[in-house]
Design a protein around this ligand. Structure first.
Ligand code: KIV
Ligand code: ZN
Length: 534
């Protein structure tokens, strides 16, 4: 990679209070567009409250500019942008506007309560867009740029102008549009790869050329905005920075139109981890990345792919024996950043058929087992046989391999009888009798639905604090008399167990499954307690 030594256009360090440089490295501004371009991702619509929550998180995380929405698009968007503007603390709040007077006025109105308001206006510049979409010639577009940027600049001091489809625009004309926008008062110039077509080298060269050829280029900060149609969005963003851009437009989890935008977490961590060849700082508190990723994934119901860089659930998980062995000796063998640096609690050594002895021994140690060599060898052989048959090997599977007591743990609390009143006329009620280590206890409990009543009855008889992570029912056979099989996953203090129960009555199967899981948790707690006392 070639690193540009030329000073950036504009002054990114002076942009906001939160953007003071933290080192001698050049400062790159992070412009998050999760709430605008991200929300344009099919199916990613977020509610008003979810947008406020995410904006608050982005602000706390140190994002320099939050593009909060497209105010003209709907009243809901306008309200969200206005409220985010009102509540913003550190970040600049931007509202998007087409090169249309009504859009710009609406965007100006939406952001006006922000301590740092920005209007972001854009127009297409490529021949394809001019001919087929806008039906305007190049001179007409230049006039539009001057008029609309001037209008925006009369409303706010901070105006960003984007040349939509910049990467498919001839460089001579692109330079003329940029010069016109800066002359009319644009303080940030964004050159998007709207259709995700550019390669890193082309994108870097485009920025260099524009900055060298446009006479007033030093009066604006240049910005990258990359789409991921060829999977190059992050690589292109980094190349744009090398070409002199000092603002990166990106989204959490890389959500956005079509294949998405450059992922914020990847850009930030690439700059941090490879500071040796990419000497640029951001103001992002990277330890908030995982939390923010989860919030976005939940809000737009978009799962994060397992192998997603930085925030995927496998990003810090190791299953192969060689890797687990290396990790146990020194985590730098297979990790280029610590999980803690991005807000992930810890590395996980996933137990599976590729795991080796070293990882298995370490896992047993973490679980409180200290086995002799023969016992260990015996358990390892049984573990390998199990892992060949089973996709997920959970902690309790390993416990069952080494601890006979676990297999009989379900005897501690037994279901004696259960009667449930359910139906449309609530409240639903469960009358349950349990055998708790020889004591017979009966309780009648109301719940919000029959399952809730059953689980509450168990909690009343055997008080305990757990999180219900999963409740899953499926029929083992076909027909209305099918045997129901229920799985319940409970967790406490970071460790979790699954219990299963089967019965022709789904409610009874549910009670059995919950009790099976609870018995396992109790047995595990007792074992760890006894070990600690030794
Ligand atoms: O991809 C794009 O060109 C855009 C503009 C509105 C900046 O999202
Ligand atoms: Zn875009």
């Amino acid at each position: 990679m070639t690193v540009s030594t030329r000073k950036p256009a504009g002054n990114a360090s002076a942009h906001t209070a939160s953007s003071q440089p933290t080192s001698s490295k050049d400062r790159v501004l992070i412009f998050d567009t999760t709430l605008r371009d991200g929300e344009q991702c099919p199916g990613a619509t977020m509610t008003f409250e979810e947008k406020l929550e995410i904006a608050e998180m982005l602000d706390a995380m140190g994002v320099d500019i939050i593009e909060a929405g497209f105010p003209i698009a709907s009243d809901g968007d306008f309200e969200a942008v206005s409220e985010i503007a009102r509540r913003s603390k550190r970040a600049t709040i931007a509202g998007l506007a087409r090169a249309i007077s009504g859009d710009i006025a609406r965007a100006g109105e939406a952001v006006r309560h922000a301590p740092r308001p920005r209007i972001h206006t854009f127009v297409s510049t490529s021949p394809i867009h001019l001919e087929h979409q806008m039906r305007k010639n190049q001179e007409q577009v230049l006039e539009i740029i001057t008029a609309t940027v001037t209008q925006a600049r009369n409303l706010v001091e901070d105006v960003e102008w984007s040349a939509m489809d910049a990467t498919r625009t001839p460089i001579d004309y692109l330079c003329r549009t940029v010069e016109a926008a800066i002359r009319a008062g644009a303080t940030t110039i964004n050159l998007p790869d709207t259709v995700g077509y550019a390669t890193p080298d082309e994108y870097r060269t485009m920025f260099k050329a524009v900055r060298e050829r446009v006479p007033n280029a030093d009066k604006a900060i240049f910005s990258v905005h990359c789409h991921n149609d060829l999977g190059l969005a992050v690589a292109n963003s980094l190349a744009g920075i090398e070409g002199g851009a000092r603002q990166v437009e990106c989204t959490l989890n890389g959500i956005g139109e079509r294949a998405g935008n450059a992922a914020l977490e990847e850009v930030v961590m690439a700059l941090r981890v490879r500071g040796d060849v990419l000497p640029y700082d951001t103001g992002i508190d990277a330890t908030m990345l995982m939390r923010a990723s989860k919030a976005v994934s939940t809000a737009c119901s978009f799962p994060v792919q397992y192998n997603k860089a930085i925030v995927g659930r496998n990003a810090f998980a190791h299953e192969s024996g060689i890797h687990q062995d290396g990790m146990l000796k020194n985590n730098t063998t297979y990790e280029i950043m610590t999980p803690a640096s991005v807000g992930v609690t810890k590395t996980s050594l996933v137990m599976g058929k590729h795991s080796g002895r070293a990882a298995f021994r370490s896992k047993l140690k973490d679980m409180g087992y200290d086995l002799g060599d023969n016992q260990m060898e015996d358990a390892f052989t049984r573990f390998k046989a199990l892992a060949d048959r089973k996709k997920h090997v959970y902690d309790e599977d390993i416990e069952a391999l080494v601890d006979e007591n676990i297999a009989t743990a379900h005897d501690r609390i037994k279901l004696e009888s259960l009667t449930v009143i359910a139906g449309t006329r609530g409240p639903q009620r469960a009358t349950m009798k349990l055998d708790v280590e020889g004591r017979h206890v009966t309780e009648e409990v109301e719940g919000n639905g029959p399952i809730d009543a059953i689980f509450k009855a168990i909690k009343t008889i055997v008080p305990h604090e757990v999180t219900l992570e999963l409740y899953d029912v499926h029929a083992v056979t076909e027909g209305t008399d099918a045997q129901a099989e229920v799985s319940v996953r409970l967790s406490r203090d970071g460790s979790s167990v699954t219990g299963r129960g089967a019965d022709p009555d789904t409610l009874v199967a549910s009670a059995k499954a919950y009790l099976a899981a609870l018995n396992k948790l109790i047995a595990r707690g007792a074992r760890l307690h006894a070990q600690a006392a030794e």
